[in-house]
Structures are given as structure tokens and as C-alpha cells.
Ligand binder design. Structure first.
Ligand code: NG1
Ligand code: ZN
Length: 544
């Protein structure tokens, strides 16, 4: 037996033989590791090793490993690490993951592992604790076995979270690590999650008339299971949900013709919705993505055959709804807490104008980890990507102010109560379709609004998002929260000249972090101008 302060090299090398490395080079990016499931076995074994090391590096705190490829097609899969406060993996560890995943031989792998132990001065005698979970993809169980082999080889206490949504795993990690402390987030079980959200929702909607029915497209993914769990703790008359696309076991069904990404990208109903009796004019509808960390809402104002009858209420609208309501509550409560909102360049310009009238607005590069960190700078930080990924963070300071509040009027008292209720409804670790859905329902119930009133907060500027294939997307470099190009030389000046031709014109170009393409975004006051601007900027990019 090697001493406890050394890596168990023999055990690792022995177990490694069952998980041969594929030739593909793989990078730990915004979404963790993500690619075709068939290429991921060795990556998963190795992330089992890394998860254990990360836990040891954090003094034995629980870290999470989630197997999912979110909104991507069913044959894809992925794996990512959840850090001890339930947030995304510390950026300093991303290159560590990449190096370990790509080590070509057993010898190299052991060297890389030892390098991490030395670089982060990890005390290997600290016991590791790792909780893992997976989505509904057929490839997930075998990838989970590879993770377990990795954890067994290095030695870790394993906690089997089972089939969960990504935000449920984030919840579990945070709940484990805060259990028994003054910051205790909730019971660290799946049921604990349903009770925390469900009870908070019931208390925040107390004495309100029954909300409208919400039709939920579960993307045939794990979100269906999560909502069924929630329905067990919240009576149907208090949360009238109609769940559609719940086929978690049907081969090929996941994210296929449904789900948040399909609806947002195509700006239309999930396939087959026109045949559903529940889908009617002015009904509030929403779509989850495959691992239920994203949500978009929508509604119809006439027969679905006509595209102009479809109205999307995306992440920008959720941010606007939250900012409108929360800023009012903060004012009524008299509390000294600062609200702020974080967006990316993809936010519709009209939403930014709307928000800026109410709260400070900051911009970050694409990717929720950037938004999350920026939102932490406020007492109450609202962040949403236009595609529906986001949440609202209540800082320790805000929670303390809410607890210590001595409201002088009944209205101020009610506002403080409502802030406390919303803080409990909203998942504080990561964007969560279920918790975002409940937040929207709480606000709509308080406002007595339906989708039409919500939609009336502002009018979107016409916009377009295009993908361009280029020979080398790394030549595209950006600055100013990805809103301006610094390379290729001279291209930004050309974009500026094009944009200046159109009233309320805006356009930017950035390389995708998840696909081998360059994205072009354009918006302007008139639809025909957007089409022209997007075409001209795309043509510029194609010449690079
Ligand atoms: P990239 O491929 O870097 O544009 C996409 C989304 C992001 C984010 C990430 C992570 C757009 C334009 N981009 O990033 O918002 O969700 O995937 O999944 O929607
Ligand atoms: Zn997702």
C-alpha cells in the first residue's frame, strides 16, 4: 500500500486499462467537456479522478459531477464539475481538466495528476467526497460507470445523486456543504429540493388567486421528472401545470423538435403543438432544455399557422420582469440594498434600455459563469442570457438586511416578506428552469398579469443571429464584453461603418465558444434593415 499522502498510482494505472483514450483532443470549456458520447468514456474515468482531487483541494468539501449535454442532440453527452458552493468549476482548474483528459499514456496521466497535486499543494490524506448525477441520455449510465471507476481508483466517498437536472445537482452540492451551518441551504436530497422550492412558492403566492395554467414542454428530458417531483409537494390548484414532451425513455426524443433551444432558435412552437388541445390563444407556455437549466416562455395571439401569432418571452424578458418587480419591492421595503442586472451582447437593445431605467446594467462575455460572477457584485444580482439561462442572486448582505428589517408600515412589511419568499424560490447556485418558472409565476400572480401584459414591458428590436463557417475562428478576437473586434485588423471599423447606416443599428461578431463557427448578431429599428445589416456583416466575416 502506498502512503496516504501519495497518489495510488498502481490502482489508477490498473483501472485505466478498461478506459482506453480516444484519439480526439478534448477541451474543458464553458459547458465542461462536451462531444459525441462515444468519445467520452476515458474522459469520464479521468474526471472521476479530477473530482476527487478537487474535493481534497477544497479540504474535503463535496464537489459534484454532472453527466449531461444539455440542449444538444441525444447522441452527444458531456460532463462537468460543480464546485463546493454549487457554482461552476474555478476557472484555474479548467486547463487542469483539459491536460488530464488528453494525457496520451498512463505515464503522462500520472505525471499530470502529480503536477496538479504539487501545483495546488493538495493534501492527499484528506478524504474526498463527490456527488454525481446524470441526465436521461441512453449513454449516461455507462459514462457514470467510468466516473465511478475513476473515483474508486483514486479513492473517494461516492454519493449517487441518480437521475437529476443539472441545477438539482448544484443544489445538492451547496446543501451538503452548508448543512449544519448558519447558511444551511436545504436538506441535501432530491426531496429536500422539491420541498425548499415548493414551500417557498406556496408561501410567496399565499392569498393570491389561482394562477393561470402553464403548459410546460419538458424537452422529453429530466425536467419532466423534476416537475413530477415538485407536483407531489405542491397541490395542483396552487400550481396548475400541464406537462408535455415528458417521454424520458423514448429513443431519439430528447430535445428533438422541442425544448428551449428549438423554440428560441426557430422562434416557433415545439413540433406538434398545433395538435395539442392545451395550446390555445393567450395560454402561457414554456420550454425547458434537456437538463432543465434553461427556460423560455411564449404564447399565441391567434392560430399557430401564422408565424406573427407566436410571441417569445425569452431570458431578456425574464430579467425585465424580475427587475421591474424586485426594484419595486426594494423601494417599498425601504431596505438599503443595491440591485443590478447583468446581460451579454446578445440581449435585445430594447431590454437593455428598459432595464437601465430601473437598475444598473453590466455586460460580460457570453457564458453564464461570467454573468454569475458579475451578478455577485450586487446585493441582489439579476442575470439572464437571452437564451433563457440565468437566475437572481441574493448576497449575504441582502439576506441579512431582509432578516434584520424593521418595516414601519404594513406595505413595507409585505415587501420584505415577498423579498424573502423570492430569495427562497430562486435557486441561488445556478440558472434553474424549475425555479425560474416558479419565480415568474410568483411575479405574474402578484401583478395579476398574463403573457400579454408581461410582453408589453417593452418592444423587441428586430434582430438576427447567424453562424458563419470560417477557416480559422481563432483569428477573431474581441474586447468590451465581446462587443468589438480587435482582430482581424480593420474589421471593426468596417462593421462600425455598416452599422451607422441604419437607425438603432447594432452588430457584433464573435467566435463561438461551443461550436466551430463565428456568430454574427445584428439588430436595427426595421426588420428589412436587420436583414441587410446581417447580410453585409456576414459577407465581411466570410472574406476573413
Ligand atoms: P457560444 O457557442 O459561445 O455562442 C452558446 C450560447 C451561450 C451559452 C453557451 C453555453 C448563444 C448565442 N450562445 O455559446 O449563450 O449558453 O452556448 O451553452 O446563445
Ligand atoms: Zn442546459
Amino acid at each position: 500500500m502506498p502512503p496516504v499522502h501519495a497518489l495510488p498510482v498502481e490502482a489508477i494505472v490498473r483501472a485505466l486499462a478498461a478506459h482506453p483514450k480516444s484519439a480526439a483532443h478534448i477541451v474543458y470549456g464553458t459547458a465542461g467537456f462536451r462531444t459525441k458520447a462515444a468519445l467520452l468514456d476515458s474522459t469520464c474515468f479521468r474526471i472521476g479522478l479530477i473530482g476527487a482531487l478537487r474535493s481534497k483541494a477544497l479540504d474535503g468539501k463535496v464537489v459534484g459531477l454532472m453527466v449531461t449535454a444539455s440542449h444538444n442532440p441525444e447522441p452527444d453527452n458531456g460532463v462537468k464539475i460543480v464546485d463546493a458552493r454549487g457554482e461552476m468549476l474555478d476557472a484555474a482548474w479548467e486547463p487542469v481538466c483539459t491536460r488530464i483528459a488528453n494525457a496520451a499514456t498512463a505515464e503522462e496521466l500520472v505525471q499530470e495528476l502529480q503536477h496538479v497535486v504539487d501545483a495546488f499543494q493538495i493534501d492527499l490524506s484528506v478524504p474526498a467526497r463527490v456527488v454525481y448525477a446524470w441526465d436521461t441520455r441512453p449513454s449516461s449510465p455507462s459514462l457514470v460507470r467510468a466516473i465511478v471507476d475513476g473515483m474508486d481508483a483514486i479513492g473517494a466517498e461516492k454519493m449517487d445523486g441518480g437521475l437529476l437536472t443539472t441545477p438539482q445537482l448544484h443544489y445538492l452540492v451547496f446543501a451538503y456543504n452548508t448543512a449544519g451551518t448558519p447558511d444551511a441551504y436545504g436538506e441535501p436530497t432530491e426531496e429536500g429540493y422539491y420541498h425548499k422550492l415548493g414551500d417557498a412558492y406556496l408561501s410567496a403566492t399565499q392569498n393570491k388567486p389561482a394562477p393561470v395554467t402553464l403548459v410546460v414542454d419538458c424537452a422529453n428530458g429530466v425536467g419532466a421528472k423534476s416537475l413530477q417531483g415538485l407536483e407531489k409537494v405542491v397541490p395542483h390548484d396552487r400550481l396548475p401545470l400541464q406537462l408535455l414532451r415528458t417521454e424520458m425513455k423514448a429513443p431519439g426524443a430528447l430535445n428533438n423538435g422541442c425544448g428551449a433551444d428549438f423554440v428560441k432558435t426557430n422562434q416557433k412552437l415545439p413540433a406538434g403543438y398545433d395538435q395539442e388541445s392545451h395550446v390555445q390563444q393567450n395560454t402561457l407556455l414554456c420550454s425547458f432544455d434537456g437538463d432543465a437549466d434553461r427556460i423560455v416562455f411564449y404564447y399565441l395571439t391567434g392560430p399557430p399557422e401564422k408565424s406573427e401569432n407566436f410571441h417569445l418571452l425569452d431570458g431578456d424578458r425574464i430579467a425585465a420582469l424580475a427587475a421591474d418587480y424586485l426594484s419595486e419591492l426594494v423601494e417599498q421595503s425601504g431596505l438599503d440594498v443595491q440591485l443590478g442586472c447583468v446581460q451579454t451582447a446578445y440581449a435585445n437593445g430594447s431590454s437593455t434600455l428598459y432595464l437601465e431605467k430601473r437598475v444598473p446594467v453590466a455586460f460580460t462575455p457570453t457564458g453564464v459563469k461570467h454573468l454569475h460572477h458579475e451578478a455577485e457584485k450586487y446585493d441582489i444580482g439579476i442575470y439572464f442570457e437571452a437564451n433563457g439561462h440565468g437566475t437572481v442572486l441574493f448576497s449575504k448582505r441582502a439576506m441579512q438586511a431582509i432578516r434584520d428589517a424593521k418595516p414601519s408600515t404594513p406595505a413595507a412589511h409585505a415587501a420584505v416578506q415577498q423579498l424573502a419568499g423570492l430569495a427562497a424560490v430562486i435557486n441561488q447556485t445556478v440558472g434553474d428552469a424549475v425555479s425560474d418558472m416558479l419565480m415568474v409565476l410568483v411575479i405574474l400572480a402578484a401583478r395579476q398579469w398574463g403573457p400579454v401584459e408581461w410582453d408589453a414591458l417593452y418592444t423587441d428590436l428586430p434582430n438576427r443571429l447567424c453562424k458563419v463557417q470560417v477557416s480559422d475562428r481563432t483569428q477573431f478576437k474581441t474586447t468590451d464584453a465581446e462587443r468589438r473586434l480587435t482582430s482581424p485588423a480593420g474589421m471593426q471599423a468596417q462593421i462600425d461603418a455598416l452599422v451607422a447606416q441604419y437607425p438603432l443599428g447594432r452588430s457584433f461578431v464573435r467566435p463561438s465558444g461551443t461550436e466551430d463557427v463565428v456568430r454574427v448578431y445584428a439588430e436595427a429599428a426595421k426588420a428589412e434593415d436587420v436583414a441587410a445589416l446581417a447580410k453585409q456583416v456576414t459577407a465581411l466575416v466570410e472574406t476573413a
